[in-house]
Design a protein around this ligand. Structure first.
Ligand code: COA
Length: 225
């Protein structure tokens, strides 16, 4: 699963050691998740993040069937690393592992009004720089076209700063225009195009990299403007 990054877990000791040497960050929402401290338990938000329109909260085992079914959507398959054969059991295992290890923050995006599940937003630490958070996201088909992903990314970015990260980044396939619009609407800066950035499901991607340093974050990001 793109957001239940198994590959990161093999590299966790380096990240963990770096984080454990950090002074604690005294910000509500960066504490332990309430599901057990885990190795990087501070990574999960202690309270849901919300802007009044969408809510982000940690994925729960009960969400697994929805996640697996939604991830089969053609657009999600085309533009993310979600496996085509993802099962609810595999998702449940990944959610359980995330809560135990605190490897990353895999968050459900919900409609703040109805509580309906809309999609997925995740923040994980860069393998190369523990001060950098990597963002990924998708929405179920019914949730698209109303700015929910950009709202979710803004919430993740704000939370990343609160947790002490210095930089956030994300990448999209060069042809994924909708995702690039989301990144820009959330205030990230288009930094560069990288040929052969990564091979995903057998396809070598030319990627557009977006990033933002905390010192460059605009005071009023351009959502709804
Ligand atoms: C990417 C995704 C989250 C965006 O969903 P969304 O927030 O509802 O975005 P929208 O459908 O409103 O599209 C965002 C913008 O791109 C525009 N857009 C969408 N498809 C487009 C296309 N093919 N060409 C040009 N513009 C396009 C929309 O008009 C919209 O413009 P606006 O910001 O001016 O309103 C959603 O399409 C998705 O889940 N896709 C599959 C998974 C995915 O790509 N994840 C990101 C991986 S990096």
């Amino acid at each position: 699963m793109s957001t239940m990054r198994r590959t990161h877990q093999r590299r966790l000791p380096t990240v963990v050691n770096t984080l454990l040497r950090r002074p604690p960050v005294p910000v509500p929402g960066c504490g332990t998740s309430g599901h057990g401290a885990g190795i990087l338990g501070w990574v999960l938000p202690a309270v849901p993040l919300s802007d009044g329109e969408v809510v982000l909260r940690a994925w729960r085992p009960a969400d697994a069937a929805w996640y697996a079914a939604t991830a089969r959507d053609r657009q999600i398959q085309r533009w993310t690393s979600e496996p085509a054969d993802l099962t609810a059991d595999a998702v449940r295992d990944a959610i359980d592992r995330m809560h135990r290890t605190g490897s990353h923050a895999g968050l459900a995006i919900l409609d703040a009004g109805t509580g309906a599940l809309l999609g997925n937003a995740a923040l994980s630490l860069s393998q190369h720089d523990p001060n950098t958070g990597e963002i990924s996201y998708w929405l179920g088909p019914a949730a698209r076209g109303r700015g929910a992903a950009a709202r979710a990314v803004r919430l993740l970015v704000d939370w990343a700063w609160q947790c002490g990260l210095h930089r956030v980044k994300l990448f999209t396939h060069i042809d994924n225009v909708a995702s690039q619009r989301v990144a820009e609407a959330a205030g990230l800066i288009r930094e560069r195009v990288v040929p052969s950035y990564r091979t995903i499901k057998g396809e070598t991607w030319t990627a557009v990299i977006y990033g933002l340093h905390r010192s460059h974050r605009p005071a009023e990001p351009p959502i709804g403007t």
